[in-house]
Design a protein around this ligand. Structure first.
Ligand code: GUN
Length: 306
């Protein structure tokens, strides 16, 4: 008689798509209440410079999602070679426009533009991306501000799955201003024990194996393998990487930073790519815009409403 090898138990999938849809519906309902109370809709302005195809897709999706959530969407498209002064003038105009609650300048910008100067020009009270140094500082000292959308979306998925994160070991792989650093800050605020790992970290797989929570935000396709993961860990994959086309494919597959099929066999829960973290980013952007609208209009929004 042959004995079948024990089959590995597959991790639960963290369905960011479904979670994001619920959040968008909640935002939509509260945006309707906001309109009734403020006598106007909340508004998000999105600025796109140039014609990068991926950025065009993102901006188009953001605009549609904003309208679907009962908010106004103001889209501004500028040519690739726009002068810095012209972009700054547009931001100044949006800063003083009372119909605009949130401003997002799609990144990356063309090389001739100074990204930091552009972000610094956005009013911190309309900075729904949470990229302005004032908002980074507020997050770091625990003041209310705007938190970058992707890490906040990851936190929502984590607390929904795990509840209290106190005392858990979290390893964030990647130290960008947009994901890694704010992610680590949010985990620290939730009383996790946090390590930020990066390209210079020694013994990276060993460091990651300590983690109850792994957040991968490195931008390298399927880098994190099965033997990096402690059995039962919760794995959040922020990466979106396109593989080269395989035989017969017009476009390569989209994959994360985590080797999904193998890690799924050891993790307790994992976000898929696509359909995990990605949809959360837009949902949180809408959430941040609605929060901005309430603050700008001086209307209270119930604590924990979103
Ligand atoms: N480019 C890729 N992701 C983002 C984002 O979250 N915000 C902005 N402004 N640009 C991006």
């Amino acid at each position: 008689m042959t004995c079948a090898a024990p089959t590995a138990r597959a991790a639960d999938l963290l369905d960011g798509k479904a979670f994001a849809l619920q959040l968008r519906e909640k935002v939509g309902a509260l945006a309707r209440d906001f309109q009734a109370r403020a006598g106007r809709k909340a508004g998000l302005a999105v600025v796109l410079v140039g014609d990068d195809p991926a950025s065009q897709v993102y901006v188009g999706s953001k605009g549609k999602a904003t309208l679907a959530a009962n908010m106004n969407s103001f889209e501004h498209r500028l040519p690739d070679d726009v002068a810095g002064e012209e972009l700054l003038a547009l931001i100044a105009q949006l800063n003083s426009d009372p119909a605009v609650d949130g401003i997002l300048v799609q990144l990356p910008l063309p090389a001739h533009l100074d990204e930091q100067a552009v972000i610094a020009a956005i009013s911190p009270d309309k900075d729904v991306d949470g990229f302005h140094v004032i908002n980074a500082g507020r997050l770091s000292v625990g003041q209310a501000g705007f938190v970058p959308c992707t890490p906040l979306g990851c936190m929502m998925l984590l607390t929904d799955r795990l509840g209290d994160l106190s005392g858990l070991e979290a390893v964030v792989i990647g130290r960008s201003n947009i994901v890694g650093k704010p992610m680590a800050q949010l985990l620290l605020d939730a009383n996790a024990t946090v390590t930020i790992a990066h390209s210079q970290t020694k013994n990276l797989p060993e460091v990651v194996r300590r983690a109850d929570i792994v957040v991968a935000a490195v931008g390298r396709a399927e880098m994190i393998g099965r033997d990096w993961i402690k059995p039962g860990a919760t794995v959040i994959d922020v990466g979106i990487n396109r593989l080269p086309p395989a035989g017969g494919e017009a476009k390569g597959r989209l994959v994360g930073d985590v080797a999904f099929d193998e890690v799924r066999e050891v993790a307790g829960a994992i976000t898929p790519v696509p359909g995990g973290v990605g949809p959360m980013t837009i949902a949180v952007l809408l959430r941040n815009t609605l929060v901005a609208a309430h603050r700008n209009a001086g209307i209270a929004l119930a604590e924990n409403a979103l």
